[in-house]
Design a binder for this molecule. Sequence first.
Ligand code: SF4
Length: 607
Amino acid sequence: MIWFHRLLRIDLARQTATVEEVPAELTAAFVGGKGLGTCYFYREVSPRVDPLGPENKVFIAPGVLNGTLTPAASRYEMVSKSPLTGLYLDSNAGGHFGPELKLTGHDLLILEGQSPHPVALVIQGDAVRFRDASHLWGRSIYETETALRAELSDPRFRIASIGPAGERLVKFACVSNDYSRQIGRGGMGAVFGSKRVKAIAVHGTRTLPVADPDALMDAVDAALKHIFENPWVPHKREHGTIGSLDDNHTLGIVPVHNFTRSVFEGIDRVSSTVFGELVEARLACAICPVACSKGTRWRGGSESDGIEGPEYETAALLGLNCLVDDPQAIIHANLLCNQAGMDTISAGAVVGMVLAAADEGLILWGELGLSPSMPRGDMVARLLERIARREGIGDLLAEGARAASEALGFPDLAPQVKGLEFPAYDPRVSPGMALAYMTSDRGACHLRTYPFGREVSGVLPWFSLEQKAEFVKRQQDEKAAQECLGVCQFPYGIGLLTDDLPNLLSAASGEEWSYERLCAVGERVWNLSRAFDAQLGVDRRADYLPRRFSEVPMPDGMGAGHALSRADQDWLLDRYYRLRGWDNRGLPTPQTWERLGLSRFADLPTC
Ligand code: SF4
């Protein structure tokens, strides 16, 4: 078991909720989380829908191990069509919301239609209430969660909500749960805003149907033993993700000044050590033995201006990438994004891009509403506030780096693939990360596979193309499977590196799960998302890096002189497509569709 085999379909226009069966053949093929969400998305959402229109839907799925004692099984998924990329989108978050959602007794929640007014959905077991949330509209993430929690008078509720950025349809708005955990990438917050869903509060009242509790406890013990033996874990616990900032800067991969270079003169002022000294709290997601999250506070504000973070990506993109060398300014920028509900990665990439354009004279400072004499941190804060309010130039920047750069006349400056902005790794310094960005199922992403770690540790040859396609394809499948289970990658390693995860699922479900069977689930998911995007014209032509990353070598640092030529990218793509069983255009073939058993669930479109 472990599945309830129930989904909750919520019609926002009619304000009704109905329970439907989730067939066992779907959980056997797609498990839960990302897999189940993607399967239903593919079957129910037409590729041509307006991402911000009523026909788009949001599929919210707890990981299948959420709610069990599995270490770090806290992550849940949302799947929809992205308003930022116009393509398939999935994103997941930790915290406490996912396990609580699972314990409501549903494997999947589907939001469809548009509410006539702002609404907060309150789900407690089988009971669903549609609370008018007009009084919360316009309020920040922190204010919303605090106010709704007080109104519900029950601390057991876990809440996910959007801020003003989502309400104003900022294309990289996020959904936040437990105050500081984000469904961050691709604009899920804008989809919520378009549906006028201000918040979802969940409280689980069900008992999980674990098949073999004793076997599950044995598998949990084994997993914990391996987690505590993992030499990587103490570093994550002590320093969090921002502990990587100094090393990554030394290795030359941290983006500086809109991904134009890698050496930042102010690194000592915003180093991992500096941020470590600002930590005021150590925090963890549900049932996590690592507790990587670090709490800091913006000292220019009030006692309540605390954040979880800044994480590595945030500090790099809102800091070095924007030439900000003031740690308090970076924390402030992080806080502004958290309150408004914006993805810090996309926000840092967009702001970094226009500041670099202004430095180059490609746009006037006055057009940005800034003066060149302002402290850099103030510039970032000013632009973030304008984006969140869609005010002045912020209205255009809220469309994301690709759209804004095209409208402003410098399309080559946008660091993006398929419209999703780069995270904090310059792809010229890692052919593996370059291929990860090129082939990620939602646009440039570092969370589907992370070859850079293997490159710099010598497991993979660093600046070589060799072995990258094999590694990326395999880890993408493994990571997709991990996202069906709902476990965090940090304790286990990215992907399915140990037997622990198949063993945990076998014990919880009473079925035989192996590494190979889980990888096949990941591969099914990967083919469904590609087939969806293919109907929107995505093929090899959409899989390249922006031109400057193939034509302009990195000027400094350990990656100096490196770029990834178009021929190199084609070499990688050819290998990658072959491994995936895709044709030369990068599209799934009928043979691959059959091999994965997908024709039982969905048709392969002809493109
Ligand atoms: S390792 Fe960090 S992100 Fe992962 S579950 Fe634990 S606290 Fe959350």
